[in-house]
Design a protein around this ligand. Structure first.
Ligand SMILES: [Zn+2]
Length: 285
């Protein structure tokens, strides 16, 4: 071997990454005859720099995606950025910048770092949920649901941080010596009744198939109009609680079902070993 025998990632990896990008090596749909597989990790939440928690999550998913490609499958392995919410706002305030600007910068650096790690994402399908071109459709759906009465307003109890002045998620409430405190700022957490949005999903319970029960015909009307436990808390306040359960560094999140779905849900390193509040009124997603 006459070449330099040292492994030099800067030259070797960037060369291959460039080639993958030019050839669209990881684009879905390149094997139309093959069995399809869908590998989805939760989207990163670029309120700061990428860290090892992210690297772990996306490496695990990438291993699976590459494995499935090697098995001959046509793999859809998309990526995007999910940035609306309190951490982005807090990061922006800390830096004295507008959240949109700060998030844009973070997203750019995230993207570069993910590319330098060589993840086999289909970058053609990247979405950015904080992009108005994207969330205008969330808003459209929401308005439609509101018009149909599927979404409604009600009062609900939530964890309220007296320091952050926001709702926080169950996972962010730490209990020590009988006191409940905010994981982020350490301030006392109290229960507060606030207006929130709720989905009337139980109205459709009868229409949904379940094991052992045949699917009802599409024309059947929802029988129940009871409200639902699955809630979405109100406007701006909802953001911290819902977002807080979505960080790649330690948050569970619902995702589209798939036959090969990589959704590791590592625990938050910050909260590890400390006792969490067992029950709380803030809904989990
Ligand atoms: Zn706080």
């Amino acid at each position: 071997m006459s070449m330099n025998e040292r492994y030099e990632p800067q030259s070797i990896e960037s060369r291959w990454q460039k080639r993958w990008a030019e050839a669209r090596t990881f684009a879905a749909g390149r094997r139309p005859e093959a069995e399809k597989r869908y590998v989805l990790e939760m989207f990163p939440y670029p309120s700061g720099a990428m860290h090892m928690g992210h690297a772990r999550v996306y490496t695990i998913g990438d291993v699976l995606a590459r494995f499935l490609r090697m098995r001959g499958h046509d793999v859809l392995h998309p990526i995007g950025f999910d940035a609306l919410g309190l951490p982005a706002e807090n990061a922006a305030m800390k830096d004295g910048k507008h959240p949109a600007e700060r998030t844009r910068e973070n997203t750019i650096s995230f993207r570069e770092e993910m590319k330098s790690l060589g993840y086999s994402f289909d970058w053609d399908r990247e979405i950015v949920t904080s992009d108005p071109e994207y969330y205008r459709w969330n808003q459209w759906f929401f308005v439609k649901m509101l018009e149909k009465g599927i979404v409604y307003r009600r009062q609900g109890k939530a964890n309220w941080c007296t320091g952050c002045l926001t709702v926080i998620a169950n996972e962010q409430v730490l209990e020590s010596d009988g006191e409940q405190r905010c994981e982020r700022c350490g301030s006392p957490v109290v229960e507060k009744v606030i207006p929130e949005w709720a989905f009337r999903i139980t109205a459709y319970a009868e229409a949904l198939p379940s094991p052992g029960r045949p699917r009802r015909s599409r024309s059947s009307r929802p029988a129940s109009t009871r409200s639902t436990a699955a809630r979405m808390s109100s406007s701006r306040r909802s953001t911290p609680s819902s977002r807080a359960s979505r960080d790649p560094s330690g948050r569970p999140r619902s995702a589209p079902s798939s036959s090969a779905c990589a959704r590791p849900t590592p625990r938050s390193a910050r909260g590890r070993g400390r006792r969490r509040r067992a029950s709380s009124p803030v809904p989990r997603r």
